[in-house]
Ligand binder design. Structure first.
Ligand SMILES: [Zn+2]
Ligand SMILES: [Zn+2]
Length: 133
């Protein structure tokens, strides 16, 4: 209950209506941690039987634009979405496709060509997760 109030505020801050669909999508992402569009669609259809995939896409894009959620590009798989939170990196399991939050590396040693000024770097670790070992 408390969570949905929090999401309603968050949407309001960004000037978005807290439609039941948006609230449901945020709850799904909160529960799953990371979810791709199909997972969100399958889950939301349980409550909103007639919702279309296009509507889900549209809402995802709106939430992305406002920085409420963020996209994780998973190699060779569909992007996953999660509620934007503290900065972290991701570990993607190449067997089960599960995405895990991991700490960001404390130091990155990447040599850039002269005249390039880095602002941010994101790191994705690909490997095999504990469950699939
Ligand atoms: Zn795995
Ligand atoms: Zn994450």
């Amino acid at each position: 209950m408390e969570k949905s109030v929090h999401y309603a505020d968050l949407l309001k801050q960004k000037g978005l209506k807290s439609t039941p669909q948006r609230m449901a999508m945020l709850r799904i992402m909160e529960t799953k941690g990371h979810a791709d569009i199909d997972e969100i669609y399958q889950e939301i259809k349980k409550d909103f039987v007639s919702i279309s995939l296009a509507t889900v896409y549209k809402n995802i894009n709106t939430l992305l634009d406002e920085g409420i959620i963020q996209e994780i590009k998973v190699p060779q798989k569909k992007s996953k979405f999660e509620i934007a939170k503290y900065k972290h990196s991701h570990f993607v399991c190449e067997r089960c496709g599960e995405v895990y939050d991991v700490q960001r590396p404390k130091k990155l040693n990447i040599e850039l060509p002269e005249g390039f000024e880095p602002r941010e770097a994101s790191v994705m670790v690909v490997g095999v997760c504990k469950r699939c070992h």
